[in-house]
Design a protein around this ligand. Structure first.
Ligand code: FES
Length: 355
């Protein structure tokens, strides 16, 4: 095996010296689609349904894929009908060669629908560098995980990592998981198994549509030692904001939102705001109260972006003047010369941004 790898890297060096990496990759991938001199690639080796409209894809990775730590997100680039689309997902590390991507189909979600309905064993993705702050460096005796819908995926990754490293023997971890209906619960057998193997791990599932059990003060009161607990929350922005506010007295609370909720986008704000784009020398009217990124895209402008969740920083650009509102937590920003994440901010007054 080592001899094969040595021959392969010798071949890489020789190949790179005479032809471009693009050409080398082209020919290498004729032999094995995962082979590349520089591209981080992953191949679907297994696909299984884990809940309603939700699949898990087991990915075999090549040596260029950079592993994140549990709880982080990866940009995943897929090719659909000849076009490349990048989305951000939390991946679970299974072993040194395999990752698990769990994805739920979202309404009008081109990539999620393709992954759930059309992706097949053998398909190849490109994986970008992992990022995100929700990691397993827990400084407190207890950990509470709050997940709503697809927000379960980074939590599964943390639980699996805690299980593999046996940290669950010493750190009590409680998971509270909100879904709409019983059919939406992902990985229930896995959660049961972890709870059986580790008495320190417990979980509760709440059903928002079937039993109207939403995150509220009673969930805070269940906790004995809030001041010794780290709280991680992941879900739609309304859920993440509620979690931050309810658990503000925890030793540490951190939240991530994976989408802007209807509440955010349907705010009472009406009218249009002028946005001047200095690099492209254009002024465009966009709706007040909507994500600046989405509004620009609706007008045919394609700013650079990644996660669309305010995490990766790829959409950040300089704001020269104007007021904005963060759609995840409602905070207003009136300061000039600020770095602005246009995916999770709306315009409140005429804006000048460096795009
Ligand atoms: S696209 Fe990732 S922070 Fe805006």
């Amino acid at each position: 095996m080592q001899a094969v790898e040595k021959r392969f890297s010798l071949f890489n060096s020789l190949a790179q010296s005479v032809i471009s990496s693009h050409d080398t990759n082209f020919w290498l991938q004729k032999i094995n689609p995962l082979w590349s001199v520089n591209q981080p690639l992953a191949k679907i080796v297994k696909k299984q349904i884990v809940a309603k409209d939700t699949v898990s894809l087991i990915l075999e990775c090549n040596r260029h894929v950079q592993r994140g730590v549990a709880g982080q997100h990866h940009p995943v680039t897929v090719e659909i009908a000849g076009r490349h689309y990048e989305r951000t997902y939390s991946l679970m590390q299974l072993d040194s060669a395999h990752l698990c991507l769990t994805v739920k189909k979202v309404e009008q979600g081109l990539v999620s629908s393709w992954l759930v309905d059309r992706a097949n064993v053998g398909d190849i993705f490109r994986l970008g560098q992992p990022y995100g702050d929700m990691q397993q460096h827990i400084q407190t005796p207890n950990l509470l995980l709050l997940a709503a819908g697809s927000g379960i995926t980074p939590m599964l990754s943390l639980i699996e990592s805690f299980s593999q490293t046996k940290q669950l023997i010493k750190t009590p971890v409680q998971l509270m998981y909100w879904v709409k209906t019983h059919a939406d619960v992902a990985y229930i057998d896995y959660l049961k198994e972890v709870a059986e193997n580790f008495p320190n791990f417990g979980y509760q599932i709440f059903y928002t549509q079937e039993q109207d059990e939403r995150l509220n003060q009673s969930h805070v009161e269940q906790l004995a030692r809030l001041d010794e607990t780290t709280v991680y929350a992941c879900g739609p922005s309304g859920f993440a904001t509620t979690a931050e506010s309810l658990f503000k007295h925890a030793a540490n609370v951190q939240s991530e939102a994976f989408s802007l909720s209807q509440f955010d986008l349907d705010s009472n704000e009406t009218g249009f705001i002028n946005v001047t784009l200095t690099q492209s020398n254009k002024t465009i009217a966009i709706p007040k109260g909507q994500s600046i990124l989405s509004s620009l895209e609706h007008q045919g402008i394609k700013p650079n972006h990644g996660c669309r969740m305010g995490i990766c920083n790829k959409c950040a650009c300089n704001k020269a003047q104007g007021s904005t509102k963060n759609l995840l937590n409602g905070s207003a920003n009136h300061e000039p010369t600020q770095l602005l994440k246009i995916c999770v901010n709306s315009a409140q007054s005429d804006l000048v941004i460096d795009l």
